[in-house]
Ligand binder design. Structure first.
Ligand code: ATP
Ligand code: MG
Ligand code: MG
Ligand code: MG
Length: 562
């Protein structure tokens, strides 16, 4: 395509609002433009790369046997009310009303919609298992949209949902999709790890996150180069020994008790060491109490602590949300900072810990009825919370290292929660109605694009891997007033197009310095420069990645582009 009429608004200065390289470079090189906080236009170059990432995802999902569909972004509130997420999603869910004053949400994720669809359209075990997926804009009113495409409020996600007659079948599909994810991120050229993640409130079923190793990641992962072991260190130490949703839990009331446990007792109770910095903290937010158990001594967690506090606590303002955290989210919140305006009462916190975790007991919330063996189970990954750099990895095969990670994908064994809530059943072999077992699998497509830029850039701009670059070759005519140069450039342009090579042709009337700058910024793998030796048929051929360059003859060009 001819650059003279392409919309590639490159910038000379680093945009003030951008801190991260991916954000800066995608703006500077004219790939994206912000419309509102966390909402972006993809310009022609951005759209081209986005499509390449999408296609990798699509090819691998198809190969894994998943079927592509497209579900609506506009979703009736009733669906979300049925699963309770109309309340528990809190302010992250974008809401609107239609002209009849009916409530709607913009899809933040599609468990509700897909479960309702399958409930209504599938009725026999004979169709099982199957997986539906889509690549579509998602809407989340993130507390802190930032880092450009890494945390947007409208972003592109691939989300997939699998339906099964039992957990064995779910396990099989989970593995297939897990492997598809590995191929996807390998094809994206990313240095990533699949990490064990916290399934916290969802009842201890398997879940893995795919983390791109990057200093700018918001998560901390423990991994080992010598073994397959890798985990998000924010693992829940204990989980409530029941699998009830927050809706089933009775509302929490503050109970005055003379028998509040001490921190030492909590530590003993949880099997942790107080020296390790475990804290139980109670937050008072709008007269509601929120209890979080945390191990707060870890330096690398400090940033996260702050993020979590700002991201979560402020959103815990409503009664419903508080209940969710207490009833279902215990232990999975990770460490948080204690802000000045919050009550911290350790002993009472323990009371809330016990009340909260046993919240669904028939007796209500009276912790005198608590039996640790009966009411708690230690998460199988509990020890990972205390892992340190230099430790032996749990499989004994390597040494633990810490790294920051960007979550680009997440696979999750959902179980029957959504099918239960929405009454999604099929007829099993015996002809009886049975609830679907489900899995869900997400990839942040636009976040993946930004992660690629985080990993592939140098001081001058983006350095795209060949299979993801917006164009394969960048043809630059240094002087459009010189007839022999125009002639050769046009000739090469057509030759490359005929050979099926995607070429960006800089035919603009600009100074060479501007052209080179833009070319470096945009980051196409091969650069072909038409300059003084045009009359001899020679061009300058340069590799963006290595900087290697040589003069080659027009006749040899195609061989170099293979
Ligand atoms: P995060 O922990 O970063 O908030 P999440 O766990 O809330 O992400 P999921 O619900 O697991 O996200 O969604 C699936 C994928 O969608 C994530 O793994 C991530 O790659 C992507 N994603 C989630 N939120 C955003 C966002 N605000 N902007 C861009 N991509 C996102
Ligand atoms: Mg999130
Ligand atoms: Mg996450
Ligand atoms: Mg996730």
């Amino acid at each position: 395509m001819r650059q003279s009429n392409l919309l590639i608004p490159t910038l000379r200065e680093v945009p003030a609002e951008a801190d991260l390289k991916s954000h800066q470079l995608l703006l500077k090189a004219g790939f994206i433009r912000q419309l509102a906080s966390g909402v972006y236009n993809f310009l022609p170059l951005g759209k081209r790369v986005l499509r390449k990432v999408e296609n990798i995802v699509r090819e691998e999902m198809d190969r894994a046997g998943a079927q592509e569909v497209q579900m609506p972004a506009l979703q009736p509130a009733e669906l979300w009310q049925t699963t309770g997420r109309w309340n528990t999603m809190g302010q992250e869910l974008m809401r609107l009303k239609d002209r009849h004053e009916r409530d709607f949400a913009l899809g933040a994720t599609h468990e509700e919609v897909v479960t309702a669809l399958v409930r209504d359209e599938v009725n026999s075990y004979k169709k099982l298992p199957f997986t539906l997926y889509q690549i579509q804009a998602k809407y989340r009113d993130e507390k802190r949209p930032r880092f450009g495409l890494l945390r947007g409020r409208e972003f592109l996600m691939k989300d997939a949902y699998s339906f099964h007659e039992d957990f064995d079948s779910l396990d099989e599909t989970y593995e297939v999709i897990f492997n598809a994810y590995k191929r996807i991120f390998e094809r994206c050229g990313l240095n990533f790890r699949a990490v064990i993640a916290d399934s916290g409130a969802m009842g201890g079923k398997d879940t893995h996150e795919f983390m791109v190793l990057s200093e700018v990641g918001e998560d901390t992962i423990a991994y080992s180069n010598e073994s397959d072991f890798a985990a998000n260190i924010e693992m829940a130490p204990v989980v409530p020994n029941y699998e009830k949703s927050a809706e089933e839990a009775k509302p929490l009331e503050k109970v005055e008790t003379p028998n509040a446990k001490t921190m030492q007792e909590v530590a003993d109770f949880l099997g942790h060491d107080l020296d390790q910095g475990m804290k139980a903290i109670m937050f008072k937010v709008d007269e509601q109490f929120v209890m979080v158990v945390t191990r707060g001594d870890h330096e690398v967690n400090d940033v996260k602590l702050k993020n979590l506090y700002e991201a979560e606590i402020v959103e815990l303002a409503s009664e419903e949300e508080t209940k969710e955290v207490i009833g279902a989210g215990f232990g999975s919140l990770g460490p948080i900072n204690v802000p000045e305006n919050v009550d911290v009462v350790a002993d009472h916190a323990v009371e809330y810990l016990v009340n909260a975790t046993c919240g669904a007991n028939e007796d209500g919330y009276h912790y005198k009825n608590v039996s640790p063996e009966r009411d708690f189970k230690v998460n199988q990954y509990a020890d990972l919370r205390f892992i340190q750099e230099g430790d032996l990895s749990p499989d004994g095969n390597g040494t633990i290292e810490f790294a920051r990670g960007i979550e680009v994908g997440h696979v999750f064994k959902l179980g029957t929660k959504y099918a239960d809530d929405l009454g999604a059943t099929f007829l099993n072999k015996e002809g009886r109605a049975q609830t679907y077992v489900m899995g869900c699998y997400g990839i942040g497509v636009s976040r993946t694009l930004a992660s690629i830029v985080e990993q592939y850039h140098d001081d001058n701009g983006i350095v795209w891997p060949k299979n993801l670059a917006p164009f394969q070759a960048h043809l630059i005519n240094l002087n459009v007033k010189k007839e022999e140069q125009v002639e050769l450039a046009d000739d090469i342009y057509n030759k490359l197009l005929d050979a099926g090579i995607d070429v960006l042709y800089d035919d603009r009337q600009e100074r060479p310095g501007v052209k080179f700058n833009d070319s470096d910024l945009i980051g196409v793998p091969y650069r072909i420069v038409i300059g003084k030796r045009a009359s001899e048929g020679y061009v300058e051929f340069k590799h963006r990645q290595t900087g290697d360059q040589e003069d080659i003859h027009n006749d040899d060009l195609l061989n170099h582009l293979k």
